[in-house]
Design a protein around this ligand. Structure first.
Ligand SMILES: [Zn+2]
Length: 100
């Protein structure tokens, strides 16, 4: 091995920030963290669970609610626009009543 070209290897723990499991591994980095691991990922647990670490599901639900609201508003406006306008009484009938 040549001298001074190899990184320092550590025995460090990989920590899962979701479930807190720690594995010991050899790595050139210290203090490794992962968002999800095989101990808690739904694929491995078989659980039907949504892993939402960045609030993406909440953001999607907000966007969905906004979009549905906007669509309902558009439909209301469209229905109102298609409604026939109120028929105005003719000016003659207004002045002379029904005799004219
Ligand atoms: Zn985990």
């Amino acid at each position: 091995m040549r001298k001074d070209i190899h990184p320092k290897a550590y025995t460090t723990g990989v920590v899962c920030s979701t479930c807190g499991t720690v594995w010991d591994v050899r790595s050139s980095r210290e203090n490794l963290r992962v968002d999800i691991c095989s101990n808690c990922h739904p694929f491995f647990t078989g659980e039907q669970r949504i892993v939402d670490t960045a609030g993406q599901v909440d953001r999607f639900m907000k966007r969905l609610a906004n979009s549905q609201e906007r669509q309902a508003d558009q439909q209301r406006r469209k229905a109102k626009a298609e409604e026939p306008p109120e028929k105005k009484k003719s000016l003659l009938k207004e002045i002379y009543g029904d005799e004219a």
